[in-house]
Design a protein around this ligand. Structure first.
Ligand SMILES: Nc1ncnc2c1ncn2[C@@H]1O[C@H](COP(=O)(O)OP(=O)(O)O)[C@@H](O)[C@H]1O
Ligand SMILES: Cc1cn([C@H]2C[C@H](O)[C@@H](COP(=O)(O)O)O2)c(=O)[nH]c1=O
Length: 216
């Protein structure tokens, strides 16, 4: 039986690395797959991990149709046993439905990877549809940590280290903080609620109450 799986977690918890490992392991057993992604930080049509691995991928734009893509390939004599789908939070709900159809009607395994919630702690529409349709969801085991040492569960958007709550849902970015640029920081829920980023904690809390010798 094929499955629709959603591997999820905060930013920087190893999702893209796992996506590349899953592809590698299935390929190593002679299975044939395709890799998809959307708005990867490294650019168009590439799936990249912070550990330095990359793979060529099909870029998923809002009008991309997974069902037609796969049926076209099969009609032309191709074979597809599985698909790896990174940055799945950016997919349209209808595209997630196409992925479920690939599982049910063509017995193709679908492995999706993505974050659940945006910088305002609201589900991305693509992730919401995956939560609704996936056969199984798996939370990545590598814990990204909040500056306070707790497990990070939320993604904050920052400008100059300060958390912002206004803006477009989709803004590509990384966890490396730059003075004036949009960046992201993973936080525990408590600090996300308080908008207490590492930079703000450093500026406002006394070193004695900061963990790790004051290195928030
Ligand atoms: N220099 C490093 N040494 C070891 N592990 C690293 C290094 N840089 C990043 N990582 C690991 O890579 C993870 C991020 O991987 P990535 O697949 O890019 O995450 P995601 O797709 O979830 O954003 C980090 O949680 C960390 O475990
Ligand atoms: C929280 C949040 C994130 N994004 C973007 C930022 C990155 O480009 C990706 C997540 O990539 P990762 O591989 O999981 O690190 O999503 C966004 O557009 N909007 C948000 O609210």
């Amino acid at each position: 039986m094929a499955d629709l799986l959603y591997f999820t977690g905060t930013m920087d918890c190893g999702k893209s690395t796992l996506a590349l490992q899953m592809d590698h392991n299935h390929k190593a057993r002679g299975r044939i797959g395709r890799i998809f992604t959307s708005h990867d930080r490294a650019g168009e049509s590439v799936l990249s991990s912070r550990l330095g691995l990359e793979a060529v991928a099909v870029e998923v734009r809002p009008d991309f149709d997974f069902w037609h893509y796969v049926v076209d390939e099969l009609t032309q004599g191709g074979r597809i046993d599985y698909v790896v789908c990174d940055e799945a939070q950016f997919y349209q709900p209808a595209q997630v439905e196409q992925l479920a159809r690939l599982v049910d009607e063509l017995q193709i395994d679908v492995f999706c990877f993505g974050i659940l919630t945006d910088f305002r702690a609201t589900l991305f529409p693509g992730s919401a549809r995956l939560v609704e349709l996936a056969d199984r969801m798996e939370l990545l085991q590598v814990e990204a940590l909040c500056w306070c040492g707790e497990r990070a569960t939320h993604n904050a958007r920052t400008i100059g280290g300060e958390m912002v709550t206004e803006g477009e849902q989709l803004v590509v970015g990384d966890i490396v903080q730059n003075e004036l640029e949009v960046a992201y920081e993973v936080l525990c829920r408590r600090n996300h609620r308080r908008k207490l980023t590492a930079a703000r904690a450093r500026a406002t809390l006394s070193p004695e109450v900061l963990p790790f010798g004051g290195t928030a």
